[in-house]
Design a protein around this ligand. Structure first.
Ligand SMILES: *Cc1c(COP(=O)(O)O)cnc(C)c1O
Length: 432
């Protein structure tokens, strides 16, 4: 049968036929043709507890029969209020640091990041209306600093602050200019922090980071100490510190949010992906009181001009309420610790395989590089690996020659063995 669907990040003409999934449960995807796949990357980093969690599914069903969708400009509802309170309760805290207090909803990680950027520039714009806080040039602060190799989403603004490359070459003319700080690779930490310090002295608006681990950039890990120093440098210069916790949030790195490991409270924090347990789209951008207060005024020129039709959709918020209840009532972190340990012992064994290098792990996220001759982003290694894993009953999606897993927390020991056996087999098959 012909398909009329145009898939995201999919090379039509090469990746076909496309697997057809009929249903999912826990860590398993059931294919229409009767086969099953272990979802080793949480359906692109969103599924946390497992697919079709009964409590989240029930919350969605109940809400769908009560209040489905409501204009959120000037109106509110219980699920949105409950999630906002829950997020503020769970948000990172730190001695002597401002508190995250306000929650702005949107629908995806990209929009949560766009909102974060708009909040940051709105803050400086509104301060400038009072004659305060201008850039070196004299205008309101507007420049954004980013970390090399970052990924923040695929909308125009989110692409602008992400790594430039073949995947956004067509839209270069639309992307705005940013200041890029070198990634703190081992041995280059000082260069990174010095560059950030120098760039902050020129009075930019904000610095945005993926805390502790850069996801799409290749699962690149840096230490909590560096994250803490980055935040301190920004604070010293009065530069807003934005944490993009879209991927790292909801337990992936071993704590609910990655910033906790550094004791850092960002001025603005973007969350999405696992906020509903991965069942339905929802995102939130959290802000401290000064950011909100800069927009609180009787002057209409200062209000925060941003909305989308489905902002704080009630069904999505109900799913998030259920997710937050699971986090409060169940020992999710205990499950994460067990999974982290299970991954660690197997990764250590795999690292002895001659075809692999650079094993790394942060919480439930693990990555290893396959040593192969042609391993660039555009090499055909990644699609060949993907097909190999598909043949072994696994949904894995390597980034170039980097094979990583980011499984749902319900993954069991047998499934972990299955995954690592298949990766070792890939090493035998594709390794040099
Ligand atoms: C996935 C991701 C985004 C974009 O989220 P979408 O929901 O896909 O728009 C932004 N930032 C990070 C760090 C991500 O991993």
């Amino acid at each position: 049968m012909t398909s009329h669907v145009w898939h995201p990040f999919t090379q039509h003409g090469l990746n076909e036929p496309i697997p057809h999934v009929a249903r999912a449960q826990g860590a398993l995807l059931h294919l229409a043709d009767g086969g099953t796949l272990i979802d080793a990357i949480s359906s692109w980093w969103v599924t946390t507890h497992g697919h079709c969690h009964p409590r989240i599914a029930a919350a969605i069903a109940a809400q769908a029969g009560q209040l489905d969708q409501l204009i959120f400009a000037g109106y509110t509802h219980d699920p949105a209020e409950t999630v906002a309170r829950g997020l503020i309760d769970l948000a990172p805290r730190g001695e002597g640091q401002p508190e995250l207090r306000h929650v702005f909803y949107s629908d995806s990680g990209s929009t949560a990041v766009e909102v974060a950027l708009k909040m940051a520039l709105g803050y400086w714009h509104n301060l400038a209306l009072d004659g305060l806080a201008t850039e070196e040039s004299g205008g309101p602060r507007s420049r954004i600093l980013v970390l090399e190799h970052s990924y923040h989403g695929d909308t125009i603004g989110a692409m602008s602050i992400g790594e430039r490359g073949v995947y956004n070459a067509a839209w270069q003319p639309l992307l705005f200019d940013v200041g890029t700080i070198p990634f703190p690779a081992p041995g280059r930490e000082r260069a990174c922090l010095d560059a950030l310090d120098a760039a902050c002295a020129r009075k930019p608006a904000a610095f945005i980071v993926e805390p502790l681990i850069l996801g799409a950039g290749g699962m690149l890990i840096y230490s909590a100490d560096i994250l803490r120093e980055m935040a301190a440098i920004c604070r010293r210069h009065g530069v807003l510190f934005i944490a993009d916790e879209v991927m790292t949030g909801w337990g992936r790195t071993g704590t609910l949010f990655a910033c906790e490991q550094a004791g850092v409270v960002p001025d603005i924090m973007a969350v999405a992906k696992g906020i509903t347990g991965g069942a339905i789209p929802l995102a939130a951008t959290l802000a401290t009181a000064p950011i909100f207060d800069a927009h609180r005024s009787t002057d209409r020129a200062r209000l925060f001009y941003h909305s989308s039709s489905y902002t704080a959709n009630a069904i999505a918020c109900a799913a998030a309420v259920a997710n937050l209840a699971i986090w409060r009532e169940k020992d999710v972190l205990g499950r994460i610790v067990a999974l982290t340990q299970g991954i660690a012992t197997r990764l250590e064994r795999l690292a002895r395989h001659p075809a692999f290098a650079n094993p790394r792990q942060l919480g439930t996220i693990a990555a290893i590089d396959l040593v192969a001759a042609d391993a660039g982003y555009l090499s055909d290694l990644a699609p060949r690996l993907r097909a190999f894993f598909l043949g072994h009953g696994l949904l894995l999606r390597p980034l170039g020659n980097t094979i990583y897993l980011m499984p749902p927390y319900c993954l069991d020991e047998d499934q972990l063995d299955h995954i690592f056996t298949a990766i070792a087999a890939a090493g035998d098959h594709f390794g040099e």
